[in-house]
Design a protein around this ligand. Structure first.
Ligand code: PLP
Length: 402
């Protein structure tokens, strides 16, 4: 199959020929932890990097290798790396690249555990962590210096949907020789390919849309072949041991086959739900890049094929109302994670972003009342009906005498 084939075709066929695998339509699952050397010399050559091949599954494995090739082509990158989790990808990459004394510049808003890893892990290790409002490219320009080794951000950011101009920030970072790392979990390569916009490394919590079915925890990283090889051997093999199990690679390979289809449906439903939410008097603010009211719609149009399927919103009654809404839902599940077939709702301040102190949340633009909604693959009418009946139930409750 040609590399010029479309996204969906490559997500299904890239780098696999059934005729090299006894005609098996589905790529085989190689569970083997170790691989036999033809001769002792062949083994020594593999360890020395002078001969290609798999020899131990903490370094590489044929099933994870196929997944690595697939994610690389979908992201427009030279090479990919499969890791045990999104946090495994983040820590393996940053521990490989950074040394004590280096500076990492990052956006104000980050997924809670990424924030905690930087603040409590990297900072303790002697790395200076500087948070900058990356919605303002000038602020990034003012912050970078020759001490800046990495510029790191999520776009859209978890949980408040802030967008970062990937091309603009990459250009600035490269003027001081810093590397740009983008967490592309929310957008997926179907909507945004940060490498093609100038980023150096892109990572995913593959637990989310790439897996897509809520049955696996996994991480992926893509970038230049030489750097990915270094992260494989240093950050993954030695420093974290954060390797993806072959069975999990098989689940992600299966998820990727329907990624294009799922994202189309996720996005169109999310647009309908966001529009409906915005029209509700008790909803004070909806953050969704597809809405006219979204402050950074220009960036969304420039770097996202569609506005995604994550919505954040605030209610007039603050978190008390948000909590009441969540507790009255019956179809939408109260759960963290995102990108699954099931619509999921959660409260960042008390759940995914409870790793920030209340003061840190205030300083980092994560409001206490924000509710995060991951739109699943159910019928849009049913999702809206569930939200609607919950709003009615809350209104009745409020109206009832004490
Ligand atoms: N990045 C983002 C944006 C996330 O939302 C998450 C998890 O929710 C992670 C990274 C971490 O991924 P994992 O849970 O697979 O370790």
């Amino acid at each position: 199959m040609k590399n010029t084939a479309g996204f969906a075709t490559r997500a299904i066929h890239h780098a696999y020929d059934p005729m090299s695998h006894e005609g098996a339509l589905t790529p085989p699952l190689h569970l083997s932890s170790t691989f036999v050397f033809e001769t002792a010399d062949a083994g020594a050559e593999m360890f020395a990097g002078a001969r290609e091949g798999h020899f131990y599954s903490r370094i590489s494995n044929p099933t994870t290798d196929l997944l690595e090739q697939r994610i690389a082509t979908l992201e427009g990158a030279e090479a990919g790396l499969a890791l045990a989790s999104g946090m495994g990808a983040i820590s393996a990459a940053l521990w490989t690249i950074l040394s004590p004394g280096d500076e990492l510049i990052t956006d104000k808003t980050l997924y809670g555990c990424t924030f905690a890893f930087m603040r409590h892990g990297l900072a303790k290790w002697g790395v200076t962590i500087t948070h900058v409002d990356m919605t303002d490219v000038q602020a990034v320009s003012a912050a970078v210096s020759d001490k800046t080794k990495v510029v790191y951000f999520e776009t859209p950011a978890n949980p408040n949907m802030r967008l970062v101009d990937i091309a603009g920030v990459s250009e600035i970072a490269h003027t001081v020789g810093a590397q740009v790392i983008v967490d592309n979990t929310y957008a997926t390569p179907y909507l945004t390919q940060p490498i093609t916009l100038g980023a150096d490394l892109v990572l995913h919590s593959a637990t989310k849309y790439l897996g897509g079915h809520g049955d696996v925890v996994a991480g992926l990283l893509v970038g230049r072949a030489e750097q990915i090889a270094e992260i494989r051997l240093v950050g993954m093999k030695d420093m974290t041991g954060s390797v993806m199990a072959p069975f999990n690679a098989m689940l992600i390979l299966r998820g990727l086959k329907t990624l294009a289809l799922r994202m189309e449906r996720h996005c169109s439903t999310a647009h309908q739900v966001a529009t409906w939410l915005e029209a509700q008097p008790v909803v004070s603010k909806v953050y969704y890049p597809g809405l006219e009211s979204f402050a950074q719609q220009d960036i969304a149009t420039r770097q996202m094929v569609k506005p995604g399927a994550m919505i954040a919103f605030e209610m007039t009654g603050g978190y008390a109302m948000g909590k009441a809404l969540m507790d009255h839902l019956s179809l939408i599940m109260r759960a963290v994670s995102l990108g699954d077939a099931e619509s999921l709702i959660q409260h960042p301040a008390s759940m995914t972003h409870s790793t920030y102190t209340p003061q840190e949340r205030a300083a980092h633009g994560i409001s206490e009342g924000l509710v995060r909604l991951s739109i699943g693959l159910e019928d849009a009418d049913d999702i809206i009906a569930d939200l609607g009946q919950a709003l009615v139930a809350i209104a009745d409750k409020q109206a009832a005498p004490a």
